[in-house]
Design a binder for this molecule. Structure first.
Ligand code: PAF
Length: 282
């Protein structure tokens, strides 16, 4: 397995790959890899000759310094896990200096309003940070296809917009949410959940599934009220938001319209750990 920490090195390898006309599938990650990430890597292998995984905890997308400090960093375990899947994976694990030089700040983007919905309301500047790192990684890796999980559905939508607006020649592939057997969406943050909270967390997906059922016969507002009420009774989980939105615009649904697809989005605190999830409603 080849592991690069400097862009000048990986760029030489990428040049060779491009001269051979081989396709590159790219999976950007912040490490602390789990089965969810591996499913993206497997997807990338289906369509590409070469697969590159980046591992970089991007400081500019964290609005909370404590969260950045506590974010798990497990590079050795990550590379072992990737090697157990396929020894030919190329890993790019740069330093902050390699990506940002001495100026660790995000560029400013307009994503046509997508950035102001949901996560954008609660995590100031988050999507500028995501846009900055993803654009820089695309410039370095020059992938043909890039793979993102639908757990971060808003991020996926924004990255599609980034690529469209900046005319970046890459196809973005959205992959289904990978869940524990109890339904909890896999996340690098899950390892930080204390026992009681880990046991409680599947309530999030259970409630989303019930909300989906109710959405068949009830208005979006009624379903939201019901979810809020369920969480208000819960002793360990604190609801930050639940929104039912149009999948394309991410704007909250006022009235259901035929031929539109909707999704319920949720953010919940389990102790000090913030978990997000979503479900397609129709
Ligand atoms: O989803 C993530 O892990 C990150 O937001 C990403 C896309 C790797 C950018 O840092």
């Amino acid at each position: 397995m080849k592991i690069f920490t400097e862009k000048t090195q990986i760029q030489k390898t990428i040049k060779q790959i491009k001269t051979k006309d081989l396709s590159i599938g790219f999976v950007p990650t912040m490490g602390a890899l789990h089965q969810g990430h591996l499913s993206l890597v497997e997807e990338a292998f289906k369509n590409n000759d070469v697969v590159i995984v980046s591992i970089f905890v991007n400081p500019t997308q964290f609005d909370n310094k404590e969260d950045l400090k506590k974010y798990p960093r497990t590079l050795e375990a990550d590379t072992h896990l990737l090697a157990s899947l396929n020894k030919d994976i190329i890993v790019y694990a740069p330093t902050v200096i390699d990506i940002y030089g001495t100026n660790t700040i995000a560029e400013h983007f307009s994503f046509d309003g997508l950035e102001f919905e949901m996560e954008g309301k609660f995590r100031t500047g988050h999507f500028d940070g995501v846009g900055t790192i993803v654009k820089r990684l695309f410039e370095i890796v020059k992938p043909d296809y890039a793979y993102f999980g639908k757990k971060d559905f808003q991020q996926l939508t924004i990255i599609k917009k980034l690529v469209e607006k900046h005319q970046i020649p890459v196809t973005i592939v959205g992959c289904d949410i990978f869940r524990e057997t109890n339904g909890l969406a896999m996340s690098s943050r899950n390892v930080r959940l204390k026992k009681d909270y880990k046991q409680a967390a599947p309530f999030i997906y259970k409630t989303l599934k019930a909300a989906k059922k109710k959405f068949g016969t009830k208005s979006a507002n009624k379903v939201i009220e019901w979810v809020e009420n369920e969480f208000s009774k819960h002793k360990l989980l604190t609801l930050e938001y639940v929104i039912i939105a149009d999948e394309e615009t991410l704007k909250p649904v006022k009235r259901k319209t035929k031929n539109k697809t909707y999704r319920a989005f949720i953010a919940v605190y389990a102790d000090d750990i913030r978990l997000i999830d979503n479900i397609a409603l129709n």
